[in-house]
Design a protein around this ligand. Structure first.
Ligand code: SAH
Ligand code: SF4
Length: 361
C-alpha cells in the first residue's frame, strides 16, 4: 500500500498559517487551491520556488483522481474517485434547478447545484438495504479527502469559486462515525478565504448515532442534519439498520430535540420507502405521531433496487398515498425525485458496478 501523504486540503487557513511563513503566503496558497483550483504546486505562480519545493516534499495537492464519470440526462453527474491507496469513493454533482432566462435570452438566475460527498470508504453501520454496506468498512476519509471531492467537482464543472452551492453528506459512509474529520472539513468549507460555504448550506445525513448527534450539536457549526429514519417501529428499524439496537428511535428523537436548529428551518427526516415493508398508511400514521413535537420535514425516497437485494421499489400509487396522508395531517413532505436514476443513483452503486465490470474483464 502506498503511504498516504497528507494533503494541503487537510488544513484550515489558521493551521496553514502556522505551517507556512510568512503567513500571507498561506493566504495566497489558499487562493490557489480554492479559487484557482490548482492541481500542481508549479501552477502557483507567485509562490517562491523554494517554498513550493518544500511543500511538494511533504504534501500533495489533490489526494484523489477521477477514474469514472457517468452523466445523466437530467444533469446529474456521478463521479468515482481513486484515492492515494487505490481505494475508491463516489461523489455526485446534482443539478437542482436549471438556468432561468428572460424573454431576450438573458440569464436571470444561474442553475443551482448540490454536491453529495462521501465521508468513508465503506461503512460500519451495515444497513440491510444499502449497497455501500455490502463491502464492509475500509477506512475513514481524511478531512482533505472530503474537501477534495468538492474542489474536484467544482473544477470539473467550471463552477467559479464564488458561486454558491450546497453540500450534502449523503454519499458513502456514516458521517458521524468520522466526526473529527467531518467537522474539520465543514470548517474548511466555511473559510472566507476558501470556498466560503456556510454551515447553512451543508447538511449532514446520519443513520442516527444519537450520542454523536449531540456532539455535532455542541460543536455549533451551524449545519443542518438529516435523519435517515426509514421506519417507525424499532423492530423494523433494527432489521434495516442493525445499530438501531444501541440507538433506538426514541434516543434519536430526543437527540434531535436537543440539536441547535435555526428556528426558521426544519429537521429533515429521510424515509426510504420499501414495498410491503413500510409503505402502508399505518406507518404513515405512526410517523405523524412520532414527529408531532418536532419542526420536521419528511423526504420520501424510493428504494432503488440492485441485483441480489430482497427489497423492492414501492409503487407510485403507494408512495403518493403515503405522502398525501402526511400532508393531510400537517407533516411537510416531499418525494425525492430520483435524480440520475439512469446512472446508478443510490450510494455505492457506481462503485459496485465498476467492481463487477472489473471482475468480468
Ligand atoms: N450514512 C448516512 C449518509 C449516507 S447514506 C445515512 O445513512 O444517512 C445516504 C442515503 O442513501 C440514506 O438516506 C440512505 O437511506 C440512502 N440509500 C442507501 N441505499 C439506498 C437504496 N438502495 N435506495 C435508495 N436510497 C438508498
Ligand atoms: Fe452506512 Fe448510510 Fe449505507 Fe447505512 S445507509 S450502510 S449508514 S452509508
Amino acid at each position: 500500500m502506498n503511504e498516504l501523504k497528507p494533503s494541503l486540503l487537510d488544513f484550515t487557513l489558521k493551521e496553514l498559517k502556522e505551517l507556512v511563513k510568512p503567513s500571507f503566503r498561506a493566504k495566497q496558497i489558499y487562493g490557489w487551491i480554492y479559487h484557482q483550483y490548482a492541481q500542481n504546486f508549479d501552477d502557483m505562480k507567485n509562490i517562491p520556488q523554494a517554498l513550493k519545493d518544500e511543500l511538494k516534499e511533504k504534501y500533495i495537492l489533490n489526494p484523489m483522481q477521477i477514474i469514472r464519470k457517468e452523466e445523466s440526462s437530467d444533469g446529474t453527474i456521478k463521479y468515482l474517485f481513486e484515492l492515494q491507496d487505490s481505494k475508491t469513493v463516489e461523489a455526485v454533482w446534482l443539478k437542482m434547478k436549471d438556468t432561468q432566462y428572460d424573454a431576450n435570452g438573458n440569464v436571470t438566475q444561474e442553475a443551482k447545484y448540490t454536491i453529495c460527498v462521501s465521508t468513508q470508504v465503506g461503512c460500519k453501520v451495515g444497513c440491510s438495504f444499502c449497497l455501500t454496506a455490502k463491502g464492509g468498512f475500509t477506512r475513514d476519509l481524511s478531512a482533505g479527502e472530503i474537501v477534495a471531492q468538492v474542489v474536484n467537482l467544482k473544477r470539473d464543472n467550471k463552477h467559479k469559486h464564488n458561486r454558491k452551492l450546497n453540500i450534502v453528506y449523503m454519499g458513502m459512509g456514516e458521517p458521524l462515525d468520522n466526526l473529527e474529520n467531518l467537522s474539520k472539513a465543514i470548517e474548511i468549507f466555511k473559510e472566507d478565504e476558501g470556498l466560503c460555504i456556510s454551515g447553512k448550506r451543508q447538511t449532514v445525513s446520519t443513520s442516527g448515532l444519537s450520542n454523536k448527534i449531540d456532539q455535532l450539536g455542541q460543536m455549533d457549526l451551524g449545519v443542518h442534519i438529516a435523519i435517515s429514519l426509514h421506519a417507525v417501529d424499532d423492530k423494523l428499524r433494527t432489521e434495516l439498520i442493525p445499530m438501531n439496537k444501541a440507538h433506538n428511535i426514541n434516543s434519536i428523537i430526543e437527540a434531535v430535540k436537543r440539536f441547535p436548529i435555526d428556528t426558521r428551518k426544519r429537521v429533515m427526516f429521510e424515509y426510504l420507502v420499501i414495498k410491503n415493508k413500510n409503505d402502508d398508511l399505518g406507518s404513515a400514521k405512526k410517523l405523524v405521531k412520532l414527529l408531532s413535537g418536532i419542526k420536521a420535514k419528511v423526504n420520501l425516497i424510493y428504494f432503488n433496487p440492485y441485483p441480489g437485494t430482497p427489497y423492492e421499489r414501492p409503487s407510485y400509487e403507494d408512495m403518493f398515498s403515503f405522502q398525501e396522508y402526511l400532508i393531510k395531517h400537517g407533516l411537510l413532505s416531499t418525494i425525492r425525485d430520483s435524480k440520475g436514476i439512469d446512472i446508478s443513483a443510490a450510494c455505492g452503486q457506481l462503485k459496485e458496478k465498476t467492481n463487477e465490470e472489473n471482475k468480468q474483464a
